[in-house]
Design a protein around this ligand. Structure first.
Ligand code: FES
Length: 103
C-alpha cells in the first residue's frame, strides 16, 4: 500500500521549480510543471549527481553533472548520457504541504 509522507511546502518550488526532500530515508526531487506536482528519485541514474541541483526546463530536468535529461512526469531518460529511467513517485497537496507517496 502507498504511504504518504509530508515533504516540502509548495513555496519551496517557487524559485527553481524543483526542490529536494528526504522521504523515508530516500532523497527525492519534487517539481512543479504548469501548476502540477511531480517527484522523482533525486539521484541521477547516470552518476552521483543530485537532480534537484539541475535545471528544470518545462517537464525536463537537466542533470547538473553531464547535462543529460529526464522527463519528470514519466521518469524516462530523454537526452544522453542518461539512458536508464529514474524512479517516479506520486505527489499530492494536503494541508498546504506536498506529500510524496511510496510503497
Ligand atoms: Fe547525471 Fe551524468 S550524472 S548525466
Amino acid at each position: 500500500t502507498l504511504s504518504w509522507t509530508a515533504a516540502v511546502p509548495p513555496s519551496a518550488l517557487e524559485e527553481h521549480g524543483v526542490a529536494k526532500a528526504v522521504v523515508n530515508g530516500l532523497s527525492v526531487a519534487l517539481y512543479v510543471v504548469d501548476g502540477e506536482y511531480f517527484a522523482t528519485a533525486d539521484l541521477c541514474t547516470h552518476g552521483q549527481a543530485s537532480l534537484s541541483d539541475g535545471y528544470l526546463d518545462g517537464e525536463l530536468i537537466e542533470c547538473p553533472l553531464h547535462q543529460g535529461t529526464f522527463n519528470v512526469k514519466t521518469g524516462a531518460a530523454v537526452d544522453a548520457p542518461c539512458s536508464v529511467a529514474v524512479r517516479t513517485f506520486p505527489v499530492k497537496l494536503e494541508d498546504g504541504v506536498l506529500h510524496v507517496g511510496m510503497e
